[in-house]
Design a protein around this ligand. Structure first.
Ligand SMILES: Nc1ncnc2c1ncn2[C@@H]1O[C@H](COP(=O)(O)OP(=O)(O)OP(=O)(O)O)[C@@H](O)[C@H]1O
Length: 249
């Protein structure tokens, strides 16, 4: 299998109010082309920080990360056009309509106008937002915002989609739509990487799941093997096996 992401000895240290926080502590892994790769772990485990480095938003303190063969530090400009990001805190413009938000993203990525308009119509329909296309997104529900955010992240047809907590705070119907979208994009050949606090989501969607805890990657395998190797019946038990029962700050 061909790696599309190669992470080697990644360390990310933050300096905050005179304190050093090692958010990611010597993590190495590959993500293979075409897989759905999930990251789970308690609050503060380092998942979002790892994501931010992989998506070129933060620089590694030490270690190396390559995305599609490009170095995140030296070749970030080559990486950005081929990735799509759905951030944890959705970044839609409330005073723009759904269509205008999508056009803004399409223009940022230089998607040709005709292709962009076709994609916008197709995707708005796909996620059931065609009737709301010309409404300001400030009045959208959480589910509508999440659906719009994911289609705005794929408007430039990226090879890799990063999705930070796709279904946090969403109702079961919207979660179901999100899962179908993830499978659809993956079926079209996109590599998907997401973080989640829903073990069922990781189990249902992922080819492989990485467990992070206290900045370390403490396990990485397919969900079935993770369960087998830990004598667990579900990923919730796998999670507790690797990360314990203690509440994290
Ligand atoms: N910009 C920052 N400055 C200082 N510390 C930070 C910063 N970003 C993250 N951290 C710290 O780094 C550690 C890892 O945080 P991170 O957000 O990566 O964890 P996470 O696994 O994504 O958690 P969650 O599930 O709560 O989103 C935490 O201790 C967090 O407080």
């Amino acid at each position: 299998m061909e790696p599309i992401i190669e992470v080697r000895n990644l360390v990310k240290i933050f300096h905050s109010r005179g304190r050093e926080i090692t958010a990611v502590n010597d993590v190495s892994f590959d993500v293979f082309k075409g897989e759905i790769f999930g990251m789970i772990g308690p609050n503060g485990a380092g998942k979002s920080t790892t994501f931010s480095v992989l998506t070129t938003l933060l620089k590694p303190t030490t270690g190396s990360v390559k995305v599609a063969g490009f170095d995140v530090e030296k070749e970030d400009g080559r990486i950005r056009p081929i990735i799509g990001i759905v951030p944890q805190k959705l970044s839609l413009y409330p005073l723009l309509t759904a269509r205008e938000n999508l056009e803004l993203m399409g223009n940022l990525y230089n998607v040709p106008k005709k292709i962009m308009e076709e994609r916008i119509d197709y995707y708005l329909k796909l996620v059931g937002l065609e009737a709301s296309a010309d409404r300001f997104t400030g009045g959208f529900s959480g589910g509508m915002k999440q659906r719009l955010s994911v289609i705005s992240a794929v408007i430039h047809d990226p090879e890799i989609l990063f999705w930070d907590e796709p279904s946090t705070g969403l109702d079961p119907q919207t979660r179901n739509v999100i899962w179908k979208l993830a499978k659809k994009f993956n079926g079209e050949g996109k590599t998907l990487i997401f973080t989640t606090h829903y073990m069922e989501e990781a189990d249902n969607l992922c080819d492989r799941v990485a467990v992070m805890d206290l900045g370390k990657m403490v396990a990485l395998d397919d969900p079935e093997r993770l369960k087998e190797n830990t004598g667990s019946t579900n990923l919730e038990e796998v999670f507790v096996h690797f990360t314990g029962a203690e509440v994290r700050d």
